[in-house]
Design a protein around this ligand. Structure first.
Ligand code: HEC
Ligand code: HEC
Ligand code: HEC
Ligand code: HEC
Ligand code: HEC
Ligand code: HEC
Ligand code: HEC
Length: 292
């Protein structure tokens, strides 16, 4: 007997799935009518965020890294201690691991750690084999991860109606939600730069300009276009700026979250040279701590 379990209630905001959740159809069903979105989506890392090679699950599309996960027995999965990184092309410790033996997760652990890995990297309801093997409905982040279950087309989420905060909420279901008022974020921890909605929520472009994830990213392919000039057509810099330098290189600086992983700081702001974690001033909540 296959049981069904969903951590969506925890992971996803009220925006998407209602608990009475309707049926998922799988992205193939959308392809016939929405060819352009489908083709763009197939170019994205989202589409390949989870794949399977025989008994091995591969997490990550390989843009930055892939981490293998395998099943140990009826109760346990193993997140491997060594991951394959892309740049540099090396095998090295998985983030958060201190030794190469890997970390064991119990399937029905109260924290549901391993189920959460699968939930963010797949689409639809997680199912289980009769032997408690985890069986995603569809590997990777596909149509219904953002639009909700598609069996009833009239119930699909139409993200076009969302403002920047609404999109932070939608994308933040997996990329992490912005902090709630009063919630502390350790801005000195480079790992947090990985959580784009958290950073974007602090920037003046978001607050005063309604800049959202899809101002810059194509929602389906993930591709980035530079949009700064749409709103900042005439900036007079005191500093001298060469034409070869992109706006993003200074205002969204790259941060090394680990020796092999790097992320762009989505807190768009003015940064001091070689201090890419926190801008010199913040648009809300007073001055940021500078110089640490
Ligand atoms: C039989 C053809 C067909 C299928 C299959 C289909 N759609 Fe649609 N879809 C349409 C048409 C036609 C429209 C435009 C009319 C409307 O807005 O309902 C539309 C509109 C949409 C919109 C809203 C567009 C907007 O302007 O905001 C979204 C989102 C969407 N579809 C997603 C999906 C997803 C996801 C799937 C698969 C689960 C899917 N559709 C399956 C035909 C289809
Ligand atoms: C169901 C979970 C989920 C949701 C919802 C989600 N993402 Fe993602 N996203 C991921 C995962 C997982 C990856 C990592 C893909 C990989 O393995 O490289 C990712 C990667 C990305 C990337 C990097 C792609 C690249 O080419 O390197 C972008 C950009 C992105 N997401 C944007 C968005 C935006 C914008 C939204 C909201 C409209 C969104 N995501 C919603 C899970 C999600
Ligand atoms: C809350 C949702 C969520 C959970 C839970 C989650 N991931 Fe991810 N994962 C993401 C997103 C979003 C990205 C894209 C991060 C980025 O590139 O900004 C990602 C990226 C990755 C990558 C690509 C490397 C990278 O850092 O970009 C790997 C590998 C990965 N995840 C493995 C795992 C494993 C293994 C687990 C469970 C131990 C897990 N993930 C749990 C959302 C999640
Ligand atoms: C990462 C989240 C995400 C995924 C996955 C996703 N969409 Fe979308 N979709 C969006 C967002 C956000 C918009 C609004 C885009 C805009 O307004 O520019 C959108 C808009 C649409 C629209 C309206 C027309 C348009 O292009 O703006 C259709 C139709 C659609 N999506 C269908 C699909 C189909 C079919 C798939 C799977 C092949 C899919 N989407 C996968 C987030 C997603
Ligand atoms: C003002 C433009 C802009 C906005 C708004 C924006 N991004 Fe990005 N994003 C970028 C740029 C530029 C990169 C770096 C691309 C590169 O290096 O090729 C990037 C990279 C990423 C990556 C790859 C990992 C990283 O951090 O470098 C992910 C994932 C991502 N964005 C998700 C999001 C999500 C989710 C949102 C909404 C919360 C968002 N982005 C909003 C411009 C933007
Ligand atoms: C949709 C419009 C829009 C887009 C696109 C946009 N911004 Fe902004 N940005 C704003 C608004 C509005 C403000 C607030 C201006 C004010 O306070 O007077 C702002 C503020 C800023 C600031 C000042 C930040 C601070 O903390 O004082 C910088 C720097 C900036 N933007 C750079 C950029 C860069 C670089 C890009 C492209 C990656 C970009 N913006 C894209 C609207 C936008
Ligand atoms: C070499 C790094 C660098 C590059 C490249 C760069 N900026 Fe700046 N930008 C700065 C610095 C430093 C400041 C604050 C001091 C000043 O005005 O020179 C600034 C200030 C700004 C401000 C005003 C912030 C305020 O508080 O009023 C905006 C808006 C802005 N830049 C947008 C852009 C845009 C758009 C581009 C691309 C066309 C760009 N910048 C390219 C470094 C850079």
């Amino acid at each position: 007997m296959a049981v069904s379990f969903s951590t969506r209630a925890v992971l996803f905001s009220s925006l998407i799935l209602s608990p009475a959740a309707a049926q998922f159809t799988g992205s193939a069903a959308c392809a016939e009518c929405h060819q352009p979105q489908w083709a763009a989506q197939k170019r994205s890392a989202h589409s390949y965020a989870l794949s399977r090679r025989n008994e091995l699950w591969l997490f990550g599309a390989g843009r930055q890294a892939t981490t293998p996960v395998s099943r140990l027995d009826a109760d346990y999965y193993l997140e491997h201690g060594l991951s394959q990184y892309t740049s540099p092309n090396v095998k090295a410790l998985t983030p958060g691991h201190t030794k190469p033996d890997g970390v064991k997760y119990r399937v029905f652990d109260p924290g549901a750690q391993i189920l959460r890995c699968f939930q963010c990297h797949s689409t639809g309801k997680l199912n289980f084999t009769p032997e408690q093997g985890i069986l995603p409905a569809e590997n990777g982040v596909q149509c219904e991860a953002c639009h909700g279950p598609g069996a009833d087309h009239s119930q699909l989420l139409r993200p076009k109606i969302l403002n920047a905060a609404g999109l932070n909420d939608l994308c933040g279901a997996c990329h992490r939600q912005p902090p709630k008022p009063g919630e502390d974020v350790n801005w000195q921890d480079p790992w947090n730069v990985r959580h784009q909605p958290v950073s974007l929520s602090q920037s003046a472009c978001f607050e005063k300009g309604n800049v959202s994830c899809i101002t810059c990213h194509d929602a389906h392919s993930g591709e980035v276009k530079s949009t700064c000039a749409n709103c900042h057509a005439t900036v007079t810099h005191r500093a001298k700026i060469s034409a070869a330098q992109t706006c993003e290189s200074c205002h969204m600086p790259k941060v090394a979250a680990s020796p092999q992983l790097s992320f762009s700081n989505h807190w768009i702001g003015v940064y001091a040279p070689r201090k890419p974690l926190l801008p010199l001033h913040r648009s809300k909540g007073g001055a940021a701590p500078v110089g640490r």
